[in-house]
Design a protein around this ligand. Structure first.
Ligand SMILES: Cc1cc2nc3c(=O)[nH]c(=O)nc-3n(C[C@H](O)[C@H](O)[C@H](O)COP(=O)(O)OP(=O)(O)OC[C@H]3O[C@@H](n4cnc5c(N)ncnc54)[C@H](O)[C@@H]3O)c2cc1C
Length: 232
């Protein structure tokens, strides 16, 4: 039957999802040239909880807990390198603010994501299987659109019913960095799904903020960090 495409040169490491977790892994792996890595993300670009990037909201940990510093302070992907590239190192030093704004952290991660090789946005992973014959993981994905990238391993395997390219990659190891899905409790779901009812999950807060402010009365269900930020 011949050799299946891609098995002859598999990835050492495939990351599924490009949030802060796998972006950090990809940035650290970049410092190990012999390692063949690739990460796949369904979104068109890096975005960190965009519905809750509220003005003034800061991350919970000091900037030193960026993508790489605590493991590799000499990396080109530190938050300080990002500031230097944007000519903001001295203003940051003078401000003496260790807890940076969430929007700034999002921008820093996007800066890294736009330069690191081997990151494939607009790629939704649909299935992962273990191939017993080759002793490799098979990763099936759908190419959702957007500009071409420098994908090393994906091989086109066909198209779905909407004409989007399907592809497959092979890897010795997989790291799942798919995060968590916003959760709407069952009794609230019909209300949250109805287009004209002002019930929404906090992950969509910013998009609907003006509409909420105009209602004059808002009930926040849940008193974790997101609920507290929406309340404030
Ligand atoms: C508002 C808010 C603020 C937070 N603030 C902090 C903080 O200050 N400090 C902190 O440590 N933590 C914070 N957290 C916790 C948060 O979970 C982590 O910061 C972080 O986002 C987790 O990173 P991750 O990479 O594991 O997942 P995520 O950031 O959730 O990223 C997962 C990615 O995987 C992609 N994905 C999922 N399935 C697939 C698929 N099948 N194919 C391709 N891609 C896929 C998703 O599109 C997504 O981009 C916060 C969370 C929220 C909601």
């Amino acid at each position: 039957a011949g050799t299946a495409p891609g098995v002859d040169r598999p990835l050492d490491l495939a990351g599924i999802g490009i949030g802060p977790f796998n972006l950090s892994l990809a940035a650290l792996a970049h410092g190990v040239p012999a390692l063949r890595t690739a990460c796949y993300e369904q979104r068109p670009a890096f975005h960190w909880h965009p519905g809750l990037l509220i003005d003034g909201a800061t991350i919970q940990v000091p900037f030193l807990a960026d993508l790489v510093t605590l493991a590799d302070p000499g990396s080109p992907w530190t938050f300080l390198q990002y500031l230097k590239a944007h000519e903001r190192l001295f203003p940051f030093y003078v401000a003496e603010r260790f807890h940076i704004e969430r929007a700034e952290y999002d921008a820093y991660c996007r800066w890294v994501s736009e330069q690191l090789p081997g990151l494939h946005f607009d790629h939704r992973v649909d299935a992962v299987r273990w191939d017993h014959e080759y002793e490799l993981f098979e990763i099936d994905f759908t190419r959702l659109g957007g500009p071409a990238d420098d994908a090393p391993a994906p091989r086109p395997t066909g198209a779905d019913e909407d004409g989007r390219a399907l592809g497959r990659a092979y890897a010795r190891n997989i790291v799942l960095g798919v995060g968590t899905e916003p959760y709407v409790p069952e009794p609230l779901r019909p209300l949250a799904d109805a287009p004209n009812v002002p019930v929404l999950h906090s992950c969509d807060y910013l998009e609907h903020r003006e509409r909420l402010l105009a209602t004059g009365h808002v009930t926040v269900v849940g008193s974790g960090q997101s609920g507290a930020e929406v309340f404030l």
